[in-house]
Design a protein around this ligand. Structure first.
Ligand SMILES: [Zn+2]
Length: 393
């Protein structure tokens, strides 16, 4: 039996005037998902507990079968895992963003999508000039880096830069254990980086300066039991974004690098399907994660979101259904959260899911995999991690 988990990140939405009152899942032409919905269980699931922020990290952890209330410690350790950084139990991992800020306001969470080359140079200087012997900066891609603080504390409230553009720094400075050291780290990064030649050059070119290091979402490594021990089979992951790859690492999945998988609208959907099909030859579980619908939601683009959903249907769902046709397989399709085009932010509340079992096909009429299911669900699942139990029942 092959088990496939397909996550169209952030695909769930709300009705949109620009789509004639339909949601992107309803407006998109999805013949392959429609055909599956007619023989599947289509239900409504609250993926992340309502008291938690529905971030992709906690939500995808739930979809992989690990209760985020129990296992989620922060985004830092998940992204550290994605970068291959091994933490001891005395290490706290912070996500550390290179951002643009004035002396008092957060201006750009991505420092104008600073190039990886420029970022590496700035982070290397920061390592030498800012870090204590207990602190290590690991340069990542573009504005996304990791700070490991040996003996640091995760008992501090921090704020995600992308949710706080235009907010005064004083309102969003770290609060809690060792806050003074963290605020000092941020302030000293500004003094160090603001007039660095790279930033002088960026300003001249009309680009945002990468002038502030911002540590957030700290945590220890979550102690997740290996997926293989929990489910009795090995698995592989096809994904482009670090936070999802990190979860795959932490669960002991084989994380495949797919050429052309970008985590954006231009991702190579077909390549993801091909890699998943090859991985399924030697493994009984494959998790396919597609970031594009979430990016379309954050961009506020209904048309890009519809296009991303149609591409997933045509280039991933279609080939999977064709490949596994006639064999024993199960498919779970479920977004990790909503990213409504109208708000451009992650939304709380349930999302639709589709569960197909080739050994127990249902015969539905008029059932579609979309948000209308919340009004008349076949099944309501109160917690995301339960879906994995269903997939492996
Ligand atoms: Zn997400």
């Amino acid at each position: 039996m092959k088990h496939i988990l397909l996550v169209p990140d952030g695909a769930a939405d709300t009705p949109l005037p620009e789509l004639g009152g339909l949601t992107p899942l309803q407006a998109a032409r999805t013949p392959n998902l429609d055909a599956l919905a007619a023989v599947s269980t289509v239900g409504s699931v609250q993926v992340t507990p309502l008291e938690m922020y529905p971030g992709s990290d906690a939500a995808n952890m739930a979809l992989l079968g690990y209760n985020p209330s129990e296992f989620y410690t922060g985004r830092g350790p998940v992204e550290a895992a994605a970068m291959g950084i091994t933490l001891t139990q005395d290490d706290i991992a912070f996500r550390c963003s290179l951002i643009t800020a004035s002396s008092d306001t957060l201006l750009d969470y991505s420092a104008g999508h600073v190039t990886t080359g420029e970022a590496h140079e700035l982070v290397t200087i920061a390592q030498q000039e800012l870090c204590s012997p207990q602190q290590t900066l690991y340069p990542g891609i573009s504005y996304r880096h990791i700070l490991i603080w040996h003996g640091g504390s995760a008992n501090v409230t921090t704020h995600a830069p992308h949710e706080n553009m235009g907010v005064r720094l004083e309102q969003i400075f770290p609060k809690g254990d060792k806050e003074d050291e963290l605020i000092d780290f941020i302030r000293r990064s500004q003094a160090l980086l603001n007039d660095h030649p790279i930033n002088v050059h960026r300003r001249k070119a009309g680009l945002e300066p990468a002038n502030t290091l911002w540590p957030w979402s700290p945590g220890k490594t979550p102690l997740m039991r290996p997926f293989k021990d929990v489910r009795g089979c090995s698995g592989a992951l096809v994904a482009a974004v670090d936070v999802v790859k990190g979860l795959g690492q932490l669960a002991g999945l084989e994380v495949l690098n797919v050429p052309g998988a970008t985590g954006y609208f231009d991702t190579d959907y077909s390549a993801k399907a091909s890699y998943a099909i090859v991985a399924a030859k030697t493994r009984d579980f494959v998790w396919i994660h597609v970031e594009a619908p979430d990016e379309a939601g954050h961009a506020g683009s209904a048309s890009e979101k519809v296009r991303a959903i149609e591409s997933i249907d045509r280039e991933i769902v279609g080939p999977l259904a064709e490949h596994f046709s006639g064999s024993d397989w199960r498919l779970m399709v479920v977004p990790d959260h909503m990213t409504p085009v109208a708000t451009r932010k992650h939304g709380y509340g349930p999302v639709p899911f589709l569960y197909y079992d080739s050994q127990r096909p249902l015969h539905n009429t008029d059932v579609k995999f979309d948000e209308a299911v919340h009004g008349n669900p076949m099944v309501v699942i109160p917690r995301g991690e339960v879906l994995m139990d269903l997939l492996f029942a």
